[in-house]
Design a protein around this ligand. Sequence first.
Ligand code: C2E
Ligand code: MG
Ligand code: MG
Ligand code: MG
Length: 285
Amino acid sequence: EAKRLGLNKVQCFTSNLQTQLEKHLHVEKGLRRALEASQFELLLQPKWSLADCKVIGFEALLRWRSENDGLISPQDFIPVAEKTGLIVPVGEWVLRQTLAYLERWNELGLCQYGIAVNVSPLQLKSGQFVDMLQHLLQEMGIAGEGLEVEITEETLLDGYEEDPRVQRDLSRIRELGVKIAIDDFGTGYSSLRYLRQFPADIVKIDKSFVSADQEDLVEPEICRAVVTMAESLGMEVIAEGIETQQQRQQLMDLGCRVGQGYLVSPPVSFDEATRLLLVPAPDKT
Ligand code: C2E
Ligand code: MG
Ligand code: MG
Ligand code: MG
Protein backbone atom coordinates (compact mmCIF):
# COMPACT_ATOMS: atom_id res chain seq x y z
CA GLU A 1 0.00 0.00 0.00
CA ALA A 2 2.76 2.40 1.03
CA LYS A 3 4.68 1.55 -2.11
CA ARG A 4 1.64 2.24 -4.23
CA LEU A 5 1.21 5.61 -2.60
CA GLY A 6 4.88 6.42 -3.07
CA LEU A 7 4.70 5.55 -6.73
CA ASN A 8 1.66 7.72 -7.14
CA LYS A 9 3.56 10.57 -5.62
CA VAL A 10 6.36 10.15 -8.15
CA GLN A 11 3.90 9.95 -11.00
CA CYS A 12 2.15 13.00 -9.72
CA PHE A 13 5.46 14.82 -9.43
CA THR A 14 6.58 13.95 -12.96
CA SER A 15 3.25 14.81 -14.51
CA ASN A 16 3.42 18.08 -12.64
CA LEU A 17 6.83 18.74 -14.15
CA GLN A 18 5.42 17.78 -17.52
CA THR A 19 2.62 20.33 -17.33
CA GLN A 20 5.00 22.98 -16.02
CA LEU A 21 7.35 22.32 -18.90
CA GLU A 22 4.50 22.45 -21.39
CA LYS A 23 3.26 25.69 -19.89
CA HIS A 24 6.77 27.12 -20.02
CA LEU A 25 7.17 26.20 -23.70
CA HIS A 26 3.73 27.58 -24.48
CA VAL A 27 4.54 30.90 -22.79
CA GLU A 28 7.98 31.09 -24.40
CA LYS A 29 6.52 30.58 -27.89
CA GLY A 30 3.84 33.12 -27.14
CA LEU A 31 6.37 35.71 -25.92
CA ARG A 32 8.39 35.45 -29.13
CA ARG A 33 5.21 35.99 -31.12
CA ALA A 34 4.16 38.82 -28.82
CA LEU A 35 7.39 40.70 -29.56
CA GLU A 36 6.84 40.39 -33.32
CA ALA A 37 3.12 41.08 -33.29
CA SER A 38 3.25 43.99 -30.77
CA GLN A 39 0.99 42.32 -28.25
CA PHE A 40 2.54 44.13 -25.33
CA GLU A 41 1.00 47.16 -23.75
CA LEU A 42 2.66 49.42 -21.24
CA LEU A 43 0.24 50.85 -18.70
CA LEU A 44 1.01 53.73 -16.37
CA GLN A 45 0.03 53.91 -12.71
CA PRO A 46 0.06 57.35 -11.08
CA LYS A 47 2.19 58.20 -8.07
CA TRP A 48 0.59 60.96 -6.08
CA SER A 49 1.16 63.29 -3.22
CA LEU A 50 -0.53 61.91 -0.09
CA ALA A 51 -1.56 65.37 1.05
CA ASP A 52 -3.72 66.29 -1.94
CA CYS A 53 -3.77 63.18 -4.20
CA LYS A 54 -2.21 65.22 -7.03
CA VAL A 55 -0.36 63.11 -9.60
CA ILE A 56 3.39 63.68 -9.54
CA GLY A 57 4.68 60.84 -11.73
CA PHE A 58 4.05 57.29 -12.95
CA GLU A 59 5.21 53.70 -12.88
CA ALA A 60 5.18 51.71 -16.12
CA LEU A 61 3.55 48.27 -15.77
CA LEU A 62 3.67 45.75 -18.57
CA ARG A 63 0.71 43.77 -19.93
CA TRP A 64 0.59 41.07 -22.57
CA ARG A 65 -2.54 40.78 -24.67
CA SER A 66 -2.33 37.23 -25.94
CA GLU A 67 -4.68 36.11 -28.74
CA ASN A 68 -5.50 32.83 -27.06
CA ASP A 69 -5.17 33.50 -23.36
CA GLY A 70 -6.35 37.07 -23.02
CA LEU A 71 -4.62 39.55 -20.74
CA ILE A 72 -1.62 37.96 -19.03
CA SER A 73 -0.10 39.44 -15.90
CA PRO A 74 3.64 40.10 -15.70
CA GLN A 75 3.92 37.70 -12.78
CA ASP A 76 2.97 34.89 -15.18
CA PHE A 77 5.35 35.71 -18.00
CA ILE A 78 8.31 37.65 -16.60
CA PRO A 79 9.75 34.49 -14.96
CA VAL A 80 9.64 32.68 -18.32
CA ALA A 81 11.09 35.70 -20.08
CA GLU A 82 13.93 35.61 -17.57
CA LYS A 83 14.64 31.91 -17.94
CA THR A 84 14.73 32.13 -21.74
CA GLY A 85 16.71 35.36 -22.02
CA LEU A 86 13.71 36.98 -23.72
CA ILE A 87 13.71 39.49 -20.87
CA VAL A 88 16.42 41.41 -22.73
CA PRO A 89 14.33 42.22 -25.84
CA VAL A 90 11.18 42.57 -23.72
CA GLY A 91 13.02 44.98 -21.41
CA GLU A 92 14.28 46.94 -24.39
CA TRP A 93 10.73 47.23 -25.67
CA VAL A 94 9.59 48.51 -22.26
CA LEU A 95 12.36 51.10 -22.18
CA ARG A 96 11.73 52.30 -25.74
CA GLN A 97 8.02 52.60 -25.07
CA THR A 98 8.64 54.53 -21.83
CA LEU A 99 10.97 56.96 -23.60
CA ALA A 100 8.43 57.38 -26.40
CA TYR A 101 5.84 58.33 -23.76
CA LEU A 102 8.24 60.86 -22.21
CA GLU A 103 8.98 62.28 -25.65
CA ARG A 104 5.27 62.74 -26.29
CA TRP A 105 4.83 64.49 -22.94
CA ASN A 106 7.77 66.76 -23.70
CA GLU A 107 5.98 67.82 -26.87
CA LEU A 108 2.83 68.52 -24.87
CA GLY A 109 4.75 70.59 -22.31
CA LEU A 110 4.33 67.93 -19.63
CA CYS A 111 8.03 67.41 -19.09
CA GLN A 112 7.85 67.65 -15.28
CA TYR A 113 6.34 64.14 -15.04
CA GLY A 114 8.71 61.20 -14.82
CA ILE A 115 8.15 57.48 -15.39
CA ALA A 116 9.63 54.60 -13.41
CA VAL A 117 10.39 51.29 -15.15
CA ASN A 118 10.83 47.93 -13.48
CA VAL A 119 14.09 46.19 -14.23
CA SER A 120 14.42 42.51 -13.48
CA PRO A 121 17.54 40.93 -11.97
CA LEU A 122 18.40 39.03 -15.12
CA GLN A 123 18.13 42.17 -17.19
CA LEU A 124 20.76 43.76 -14.97
CA LYS A 125 22.89 40.64 -14.94
CA SER A 126 22.83 40.40 -18.74
CA GLY A 127 25.39 43.19 -18.52
CA GLN A 128 23.80 45.01 -21.46
CA PHE A 129 21.21 47.03 -19.62
CA VAL A 130 23.13 50.20 -18.86
CA ASP A 131 24.65 50.41 -22.35
CA MET A 132 21.20 50.04 -23.84
CA LEU A 133 19.81 52.68 -21.48
CA GLN A 134 22.56 55.15 -22.33
CA HIS A 135 22.19 54.46 -26.04
CA LEU A 136 18.40 54.89 -26.05
CA LEU A 137 18.50 58.13 -24.03
CA GLN A 138 21.00 59.53 -26.51
CA GLU A 139 19.20 58.24 -29.58
CA MET A 140 15.87 59.69 -28.48
CA GLY A 141 17.36 62.85 -27.01
CA ILE A 142 15.75 62.43 -23.62
CA ALA A 143 17.20 63.59 -20.31
CA GLY A 144 17.83 60.81 -17.80
CA GLU A 145 16.14 62.91 -15.13
CA GLY A 146 12.71 61.95 -16.48
CA LEU A 147 13.37 58.31 -15.79
CA GLU A 148 13.51 56.10 -12.71
CA VAL A 149 14.60 52.51 -12.49
CA GLU A 150 12.89 50.21 -9.95
CA ILE A 151 14.96 47.32 -8.71
CA THR A 152 13.62 44.94 -6.09
CA GLU A 153 15.26 44.69 -2.75
CA GLU A 154 15.80 41.01 -3.45
CA THR A 155 17.82 41.75 -6.58
CA LEU A 156 19.99 44.18 -4.69
CA LEU A 157 20.59 41.79 -1.82
CA ASP A 158 21.32 39.04 -4.26
CA GLY A 159 23.92 40.72 -6.39
CA TYR A 160 25.21 43.71 -4.61
CA GLU A 161 27.88 42.35 -2.37
CA GLU A 162 29.17 39.51 -4.53
CA ASP A 163 29.05 41.11 -7.94
CA PRO A 164 31.05 44.31 -8.42
CA ARG A 165 29.39 44.73 -11.81
CA VAL A 166 26.05 45.37 -10.14
CA GLN A 167 27.56 48.20 -8.08
CA ARG A 168 29.21 49.66 -11.14
CA ASP A 169 25.98 49.44 -13.14
CA LEU A 170 24.03 51.21 -10.41
CA SER A 171 26.51 54.07 -10.29
CA ARG A 172 26.46 54.36 -14.06
CA ILE A 173 22.66 54.52 -14.04
CA ARG A 174 22.80 57.39 -11.57
CA GLU A 175 25.48 59.17 -13.58
CA LEU A 176 22.95 59.28 -16.43
CA GLY A 177 20.67 61.29 -14.14
CA VAL A 178 18.31 58.34 -13.77
CA LYS A 179 17.03 57.75 -10.23
CA ILE A 180 17.08 54.36 -8.57
CA ALA A 181 14.17 53.09 -6.50
CA ILE A 182 14.29 50.02 -4.29
CA ASP A 183 11.06 48.16 -5.03
CA ASP A 184 9.09 45.91 -2.66
CA PHE A 185 11.15 47.02 0.29
CA GLY A 186 10.62 44.90 3.39
CA THR A 187 9.78 41.65 1.61
CA GLY A 188 13.29 40.25 1.42
CA TYR A 189 15.32 39.14 4.40
CA SER A 190 16.83 42.58 4.57
CA SER A 191 17.26 44.73 7.57
CA LEU A 192 16.96 48.48 7.58
CA ARG A 193 20.73 48.55 7.83
CA TYR A 194 20.96 47.63 4.13
CA LEU A 195 19.32 50.84 3.07
CA ARG A 196 22.46 52.74 3.89
CA GLN A 197 24.47 50.51 1.61
CA PHE A 198 22.46 50.77 -1.58
CA PRO A 199 23.03 53.78 -3.79
CA ALA A 200 19.33 54.48 -4.14
CA ASP A 201 17.23 57.64 -4.22
CA ILE A 202 13.83 56.18 -3.44
CA VAL A 203 12.43 53.39 -1.27
CA LYS A 204 9.11 51.80 -2.08
CA ILE A 205 7.34 50.23 0.88
CA ASP A 206 5.85 46.97 -0.30
CA LYS A 207 2.07 46.83 -0.55
CA SER A 208 1.88 43.88 1.84
CA PHE A 209 2.64 46.35 4.66
CA VAL A 210 0.00 48.77 3.46
CA SER A 211 -3.10 46.94 2.27
CA ALA A 212 -4.83 43.60 2.75
CA ASP A 213 -8.50 42.91 3.46
CA GLN A 214 -8.58 45.65 6.04
CA GLU A 215 -9.10 49.38 5.99
CA ASP A 216 -6.09 50.21 8.17
CA LEU A 217 -2.38 49.87 7.53
CA VAL A 218 -1.26 46.25 7.92
CA GLU A 219 2.10 47.02 9.56
CA PRO A 220 2.19 50.63 10.79
CA GLU A 221 5.37 50.05 12.84
CA ILE A 222 7.31 48.73 9.86
CA CYS A 223 6.07 51.59 7.70
CA ARG A 224 7.17 54.06 10.36
CA ALA A 225 10.61 52.49 10.66
CA VAL A 226 11.20 52.59 6.90
CA VAL A 227 10.03 56.21 6.66
CA THR A 228 12.28 57.30 9.55
CA MET A 229 15.34 55.46 8.29
CA ALA A 230 14.90 56.58 4.67
CA GLU A 231 14.37 60.16 5.76
CA SER A 232 17.58 60.18 7.78
CA LEU A 233 19.45 58.89 4.72
CA GLY A 234 17.91 61.57 2.51
CA MET A 235 15.88 59.08 0.50
CA GLU A 236 12.33 59.56 -0.74
CA VAL A 237 9.64 57.09 0.34
CA ILE A 238 6.75 55.83 -1.74
CA ALA A 239 4.05 53.64 -0.21
CA GLU A 240 2.60 51.11 -2.66
CA GLY A 241 -0.88 49.62 -2.69
CA ILE A 242 -2.87 52.34 -0.92
CA GLU A 243 -6.52 51.37 -1.21
CA THR A 244 -8.33 53.28 1.55
CA GLN A 245 -8.52 56.80 2.94
CA GLN A 246 -7.50 55.43 6.36
CA GLN A 247 -4.27 54.03 4.93
CA ARG A 248 -3.55 57.33 3.21
CA GLN A 249 -4.13 59.26 6.43
CA GLN A 250 -2.06 56.87 8.56
CA LEU A 251 0.87 57.02 6.14
CA MET A 252 0.73 60.81 6.16
CA ASP A 253 0.76 60.77 9.96
CA LEU A 254 3.92 58.61 9.81
CA GLY A 255 5.61 61.26 7.69
CA CYS A 256 5.30 59.56 4.31
CA ARG A 257 4.58 61.96 1.48
CA VAL A 258 4.08 59.97 -1.72
CA GLY A 259 1.83 57.03 -2.53
CA GLN A 260 0.54 54.77 -5.22
CA GLY A 261 -2.55 52.57 -5.27
CA TYR A 262 -6.10 51.92 -6.31
CA LEU A 263 -7.41 54.66 -3.99
CA VAL A 264 -6.42 57.18 -6.63
CA SER A 265 -5.91 55.08 -9.74
CA PRO A 266 -5.09 51.60 -11.08
CA PRO A 267 -2.60 51.35 -13.95
CA VAL A 268 -4.14 53.08 -16.99
CA SER A 269 -3.37 53.51 -20.69
CA PHE A 270 -1.01 56.22 -21.91
CA ASP A 271 -3.95 58.23 -23.28
CA GLU A 272 -5.78 58.01 -19.99
CA ALA A 273 -2.64 59.02 -18.07
CA THR A 274 -2.18 62.02 -20.37
CA ARG A 275 -5.80 62.98 -19.80
CA LEU A 276 -5.20 62.85 -16.04
CA LEU A 277 -2.38 65.37 -16.46
CA LEU A 278 -4.25 67.69 -18.78
CA VAL A 279 -7.62 67.50 -17.02
CA PRO A 280 -7.06 66.93 -13.30
CA ALA A 281 -9.54 64.53 -11.71
CA PRO A 282 -12.07 65.75 -9.16
CA ASP A 283 -10.73 66.22 -5.65
CA LYS A 284 -10.41 62.91 -3.76
CA THR A 285 -9.13 64.31 -0.50
P1 C2E B 1 5.63 46.07 -8.70
O1 C2E B 1 6.67 46.78 -9.48
O2 C2E B 1 5.80 46.02 -7.23
O3 C2E B 1 4.28 46.77 -9.11
C1 C2E B 1 3.19 46.98 -8.26
C2 C2E B 1 2.06 46.02 -8.52
O4 C2E B 1 0.99 46.31 -7.62
C3 C2E B 1 1.45 46.12 -9.92
O5 C2E B 1 1.06 44.81 -10.30
C4 C2E B 1 0.23 47.02 -9.68
O6 C2E B 1 -0.77 46.86 -10.66
C5 C2E B 1 -0.21 46.52 -8.33
N1 C2E B 1 -0.99 47.52 -7.59
C6 C2E B 1 -0.99 48.86 -7.73
N2 C2E B 1 -1.82 49.46 -6.86
C7 C2E B 1 -2.34 48.49 -6.10
C8 C2E B 1 -3.29 48.48 -5.00
O7 C2E B 1 -3.78 49.51 -4.53
N3 C2E B 1 -3.58 47.26 -4.47
C9 C2E B 1 -3.05 46.09 -4.95
N4 C2E B 1 -3.41 44.95 -4.37
N5 C2E B 1 -2.17 46.07 -5.99
C10 C2E B 1 -1.82 47.25 -6.55
P2 C2E B 1 1.33 44.25 -11.78
O8 C2E B 1 1.11 45.35 -12.78
O9 C2E B 1 0.56 43.00 -11.92
O10 C2E B 1 2.88 43.93 -11.76
C11 C2E B 1 3.39 42.92 -10.93
C12 C2E B 1 4.90 42.93 -10.92
O11 C2E B 1 5.42 42.56 -12.20
C13 C2E B 1 5.51 44.30 -10.63
O12 C2E B 1 5.49 44.55 -9.23
C14 C2E B 1 6.88 44.15 -11.22
O13 C2E B 1 7.74 43.50 -10.31
C15 C2E B 1 6.64 43.21 -12.41
N6 C2E B 1 6.61 44.01 -13.65
C16 C2E B 1 5.61 44.77 -14.14
N7 C2E B 1 5.97 45.38 -15.30
C17 C2E B 1 7.25 45.00 -15.54
C18 C2E B 1 8.21 45.29 -16.57
O14 C2E B 1 7.97 46.07 -17.51
N8 C2E B 1 9.44 44.69 -16.48
C19 C2E B 1 9.76 43.86 -15.43
N9 C2E B 1 10.98 43.32 -15.41
N10 C2E B 1 8.89 43.57 -14.45
C20 C2E B 1 7.66 44.13 -14.49
MG1 MG C 1 7.71 48.45 -9.35
MG1 MG D 1 6.51 46.88 -5.68
MG1 MG E 1 6.14 43.46 -6.70
